[in-house]
Design a protein around this ligand. Structure first.
Ligand code: UFG
Length: 323
């Protein structure tokens, strides 16, 4: 049985990944500092409380376990905060990630799946965005992800560390079985906020800008179900285990929905009224982000199982209304 280290396994995406890997017959070790994650979200395997900033801790973890592959989910993700506190983002998302890469090299662990982001592309020159699209991040968050992608190319060349970078568009939804979901604090993502407005946990949803160059004036995003995202990680891991070369894939459904459309779908799914407040634009939001994910489909055979936005919202609603 192969052992996979999930860095950030107590977070939103990491916790879904832990569950899927265990179902697929892997032994899982989670490393998490619980800064934003939850211990009770880690549904099995071993749990190590620790931080990628701690080089000695990483060394003892890799000495104590025979790790076959690593998935790295432990980064800060708020674009606005990254503009105000770039140090926090470069320290964690870049410097601490380097500690992890160096520990992997020192312990001869050759396979890494890295969580990258659509934010590496900046303001899109065209959509849908394919892998070749120019990388011109417009904030420290996006730049931190692009820096690691470039560092990984050098680490492969020099040290033979193989990696797959997965550039997520908008991860959304929740465990179809209702066990796991999104628990960001503070929550900044559209779908959970809309559903909080539907459940009454929040009074209203504020739409950030109605004057974008889109059919209804609100921003268009490509929402991808968390389980489809995790499935892509599993395929990428198996690809590396079979001797695949380092690569990067864009990961989305390939269809875009505006903020207004998301709210409409949420009304249909929840059968609840949702109070909508029209607000100002949020800094740094591109009008349209839609992925071209043909490459991962043709090369790894990835197929989204929950591409329908209503299903994504329904699973998030099941989580929002859990008792
Ligand atoms: N939005 C609102 N009101 C809200 C929250 C969001 O109108 O209260 C809008 C945003 O302006 C955006 C859309 O809903 O147009 C989606 O916003 P999210 O914050 O849910 O997602 P983003 O597209 O901004 O962010 C996603 C990831 C981030 C990542 C970013 C760039 O969730 O982690 O893409 O790749 F940094």
């Amino acid at each position: 049985m192969k052992t996979i280290l999930i860095v950030g396994g107590a977070g939103y995406i990491g916790s879904h990944m832990v569950k899927m890997l265990m179902r697929s017959g892997y032994h899982v070790v989670t490393l998490d500092n619980l800064a934003t994650g939850y211990r009770d979200a880690v549904s099995g395997g071993d749990f190590v409380f620790g931080d990628t900033a701690d080089k000695l801790g990483l060394d003892s973890l890799f000495s104590g376990y025979t790790i076959d592959g690593v998935m790295h989910f432990a980064s800060f993700i708020q674009v606005g905060e990254s503009v105000q506190h770039p140090s926090k983002y470069y320290q964690n998302n870049v410097a601490a990630t380097l500690n992890l890469l160096d520990a992997m090299v020192a312990h001869h662990i050759p396979a890494l799946i890295f969580s990258s982001s659509a934010a590496i592309f900046g303001e899109p020159a065209y959509t849908p965005i394919d892998e070749q699209h120019p990388k011109q991040p417009i904030n420290p968050y996006g730049l931190s992800k692009w820096m690691i992608e470039q560092i990984l190319a050098d680490y492969d060349q020099a040290y033979g560390l193989k990696s797959v970078c997965l550039r997520y568009f908008n991860a959304a939804g929740a465990d179809p079985e209702g066990q796991l979901g999104e628990r960001h604090e503070p929550e900044t993502h559209l779908i959970p906020l809309v559903l909080q407005a539907a459940s009454g946990r929040r009074q209203a949803i504020t739409v950030f800008g109605q004057d974008y160059d889109t059919p209804d004036g609100t921003c268009i995003r490509d929402y991808i179900h968390i389980n489809d995202l995790c499935q892509a990680h599993l395929l990428a891991l198996e690809y590396l285990f079979q001797g695949g070369n380092s690569t990067a894939y864009n990961l989305g459904n390939g269809s875009g929905f505006s903020v207004t459309e998301v709210i409409e779908v949420a009304k249909q799914v929840t059968h609840k009224p949702i109070e909508v407040v029209m607000g100002e634009r949020r800094m740094g939001d591109p009008a349209r982000l839609v992925a071209d994910s043909k490459q991962i489909q043709t090369q790894l055979g990835w197929q989204p199982q929950y591409a329908d936005l209503a299903t994504i919202v329904a699973h998030a609603w099941q989580w929002e209304t859990r008792t």
